[in-house]
Every structure is written in C-alpha cells, then in structure tokens.
Design a protein around this ligand. Structure first.
Ligand code: NAD
Length: 492
C-alpha cells in the first residue's frame, strides 16, 4: 500500500540569486520515487524566466567577486565542501536512492566520488595559474595567465544527480567562475543538498544558483542570455544538438558529454570468469543507466557459449528491487516513460530476429508492480544491422555479437556513431596494445570495465559521444578558464 498519505511531503527550497526560495503554490515540481510511483518524495520550485534573469544578475556579481578571490581561498571552500558532503552522507544517500532509484551501495559510491571531485580540485586551485615565456624584445617579460570565463551554465542528467554536478562545479569553481546549475527535472534534490554544502563551506551564495524547473519553461531563458560565457552539458544527443544549435554563432564555449554504445570485446584467450564478472557489473549497475555502461559484447565465436553461460548465471542472481532495500542488486529505471522505451527497444530487437536469453520483460507480481522495473536482459542472435546494436538504450540490456578474431572484433567496436568507452579481455600483450591504438573511443580499457574512471582521469567521448573538451583531471581546467597572454617591458 502507498504510504504517501502518511508521510509528510517535503517542500524543498532552492538557491536562486543568492537566496533560498521555496515553491509557490502550483509552481512546483513533484519528485517521485521510481521504485514506487505512488510516493511523492518532495516538491521543489518550478522556476520561470524571471527567476533566470535574477540568477544571471547575481551570477555576474558573484563571478566578479569569486574570480578575484585567491585560489588558495577558493580551494579551501572546495575542501570544506568535500568534508561536509562526507559528514552529511546519510541524508544525501537517502535522497539519491529515493529520487533516482539506484541502490544504497551505488549511491554511497556516488557520494564518495562527488566528495573526491571537490577534494581534487580544491587542491589544484592552489596551484600556479600560468607560466612565463621568453620574449625577443629587449627588457620584456611575457607571461600566460589563466582567467575564469565568467558565468557557466551546467545542465545535467538524472542518472548521477550528485556526481555529474560535482564533476562540473568543482573545476568551474576552482577556476573562479560562477555557475548556474540546471539539474534534471526528475532528480533535483541532491543538487540542492550540494548547494547547501557549498554555501555552508563558505561559497558566496551569489556564485551558484540551482535552477530547478522544466527544461521547456526555462531552457530558452538560460541559453539565450548574453551574460552566458560557457555551457557544459551532459545528456542525450538530441538535447546536446539543440544546445549547439541555439548558441551557434555566439563564440561561446560548449562542452557536451552525450550518449554511448560501449562495447566489451572478449577474445578466445580471455579469462572468461573475470570477463563475465566485469561485464555484468558494468552492464547492470544503476540498471544500465550509465553513459559508460557496457551495452555491447563482442565475443570470439570459439568462447561465446562458455561466456554466455557465465553471464546468464550472474544475471539470474541479480536481485531486482527498491534501491533502499537491503539485498537489492539492481533498482528500477528512472521513470515510466523510460521503462516503456527500454522494453520497446527489446521488443523491436526480438521482432528483428534477436533472442531473449535472460529477462526481456517487466517483473511479475505485486511487489514491484508500482515501480519502473525492467528485468536485467541479455539478447543473443544480434546482428550489426539491428537497432539494438546501434542505438543507445540506457537501460539494463546487453546485446551479444559473435565474431572471428581480433580484427573483426575491433571493426565491430568502431562500427558505431558513438565513441565513448570500449574494453577488451585478453591475455595477449600485443592485442592489448593494438586495441589501445585502434579503438576509436575516448576511454579504452584492457581487462577492466568500460566504466569506473577516477576523478583525475580525463573523461569524455569521441565522435557523437561528445565535444572535444574533456572533463575531469587537469584537462577540465582548460574548459573553465580562458588564456590571456601578457607582456611587460620593464627596461628601455
Ligand atoms: P536529456 O538530454 O533528456 O536531459 C539532460 C538535461 O537537459 C536535463 O537537465 C534536462 O532537463 C535538460 N534539457 C532538456 N531539454 C532541454 C533543452 N531543450 N535545452 C536545455 N536543456 C534541456 O538526458 P537525460 O535523459 O537526463 O540523460 C540520459 C542521457 O544522458 C543519455 O543519453 C546518456 O548517455 C547521457 N549521459 C551522458 C554522459 C556522458 O558523460 N557522456 C553521462 C551521463 C549521461
């Protein structure tokens, strides 16, 4: 039975233009629990274009003050934020599970990694912000300075609602920018908690606004504003393309992290147990809703029956359930629309000739009937011309393709419009190194998952998976700073 009536629905305030604002009646967003859609977890303000205007005005003031703050002081704020996130892990993890549906273990990993981002960039903020160059003119020194770009708009998806904002906010703030964060409509709660931690850690409130609202209501106001200096977006290819179109011709910095169709190759000499354990973890964690999730397995025909057997055993053991319940290995997908879309992909694959080896449907029974659950699914008999092989599903669906040998496997990896991540299982050093050379993806791994890159590892895809600017590591700092070349003649 639903407990909505018995549970008080939280009204959450968000940070806009330096102040905390609640929702006015009728202008709010309901956050629902994907494990039980009858549960309204909270209400957050649905902001309008007028709110966006005031957020920009504050962000301009905030950027001016924060950009002049010493890197050491900026770093100290980020380091305190990391420690506040860890101190507050219990309520943040609880919200993450309720609004997104992932398991408590997955949410705890996300929190730790979000804190790591603030710690890493908090340390980097102390470092030198430029370098000197020789100058052929007598009595002259020339130097290069990195400056903040101004107001950065960060638009984030629902699959990692804390991690993705942290991945963008930490380097943007370390470099001295102000940020307007537009979280996904389904998952605004932990973004607001992140803003609380930053302000409590000493971030001047005008430096950050969290613009909760419907994309359709506020995206034009966000993107058309002349005060915007840079857009960093993580999400679908469709919205990424719309963002590029709407800011084109304005000389803005645009970073887009988009979809993936990540392949793992298993060669005949691979450790099949290691491969199966790794593939199942990379394919079904977060119900497959990770941009780096493994969604294609390319297996040498000689070992495909053995690998399939190992995969099936492991997938059958994955306990499906609400993310907050102990023992759950895989939670629901984000919402009902997405559940239907994932199952439509599976049904279309079957109609095209694929075979369901595991899963393929919603679970039976009353226990999970009100949530957005899809059973972990393995499809065999897949061919490279099928949509299931080419289109991103972003759900718990793994497709298997058989090939003959290394060259055919690499060709299958690269025969995709996407180029985010790829992995190879082999014991052969030559194939391992050739794979690093030949895989046309931004992230490549050998005997490791397609997912799971650390905060200091540059991250981002090639081809349709993303724009040239990488996130994470020191690479991220290039996007969030502009380069000024300065010359001083001190003797004449
Ligand atoms: P989405 O593109 O639908 O939404 C992303 C964000 O954009 C949300 O905040 C949404 O409200 C906002 N938005 C929607 N329409 C907009 C518009 N017209 N203008 C401006 N903003 C708008 O993506 P999603 O469904 O939230 O996330 C899933 C997608 O994200 C998948 O395609 C996945 O591959 C991708 N993703 C990529 C990475 C990566 O690093 N490459 C990481 C995670 C997710």
């Amino acid at each position: 039975m639903s407990t909505t009536a018995a549970t008080e629905i939280r009204n959450v305030e968000t940070l806009v233009a330096g102040e905390w604002r609640g929702a006015t009646q009728g202008a709010d967003l309901e956050v629902r629990d994907p494990a039980d859609l009858r549960e309204v977890v909270a209400r957050v303000p649905a902001l309008t274009a007028t709110d966006i205007d005031s957020a920009y005005a504050a962000a301009i003031r905030g950027a001016r003050a924060w950009g002049r703050t010493s890197g050491l002081d900026r770093g100290a704020v980020l380091l305190r934020t990391a420690s506040l996130l860890r101190d507050r892990s219990a309520p943040i993890v609880a919200d993450l599970v309720r609004e997104m549906g992932k398991t408590r273990a997955e949410a705890s990993i996300e929190l730790t990694k979000a804190a790591d981002f603030f710690e890493y960039y908090g340390g980097l903020a102390r470092s030198a912000t430029g370098y000197s160059l020789n100058d052929g003119r007598p009595g002259t020194t020339t130097s290069v300075r990195y400056e903040p770009v101004g107001v950065v708009l960060a638009i984030t998806p629902w699959n990692d609602p804390l991690l993705t904002p942290a991945r963008k906010l930490a380097p943007a703030l370390a470099c001295g920018n102000a940020v307007l964060l537009k979280p996904a409509t389904d998952t605004p709660l932990v973004s607001v908690r992140l803003a609380r931690a930053l302000v409590d850690a000493g971030l001047p409130a005008e430096v950050l606004s969290v613009l909760t609202g419907r994309g359709a209501d506020i995206s034009a106001a966000l993107l058309d504003d002349p005060r915007l200096a840079a857009v960093t977006f993580t999400g679908s290819n469709e919205v990424g393309a719309a963002i590029h179109a709407s800011v084109s011709g304005r000389n803005l910095r645009v970073q887009t992290e988009l979809g993936g169709k990540n392949a793992t190759v298993v060669l005949a000499d691979a450790d099949l147990t290691l491969a199966a354990d790794t593939i199942v973890a990379a394919a079904f964690a977060q119900a497959g809703q990770r941009c780096t999730a493994t969604s294609r397995v390319i297996v040498d025909r000689r070992v495909s029956a053995g690998l399939l057997q190992l995969l099936r055993t492991r997938v059958r053991a994955l306990a499906l359930g609400p993310g907050g319940e102990p023992g759950t290995a895989m939670g629901p997908v984000i919402n009902e629309r997405h559940r239907v879309a994932v199952l439509d992909h599976v049904n279309a694959a079957v109609a095209a000739g694929a075979t369901v080896a595991e899963g393929g449907t919603a679970p039976d029974g009353e226990r999970l009937a009100h949530g957005c659950f899809v059973r972990p699914t393995i499809l065999t008999g897949v061919t490279a011309d099928m949509d299931i092989w080419r289109e991103e599903v972003f759900g718990p669906v793994l497709a298997l393709l058989e090939v003959d040998g290394f060259d055919e496997a690499v060709a299958a990896v690269n025969d995709s419009e996407f180029g985010l991540a790829a992995a190879l299982f082999t014991r052969d050093l030559s194939h391992a190194n050739l794979f690093l050379d030949r895989a046309d993806t931004g992230q490549v791994a050998v005997n490791l998952p397609t997912s799971g890159w650390d905060v200091h590892h540059p991250f981002g895809g090639f081809k349709a998976s993303g724009s040239p600017f990488k996130e994470q590591g020191t690479e991220a700092l290039h996007f969030y700073s502009r380069v000024k070349t300065c010359a001083v003649r001190f003797a004449w």
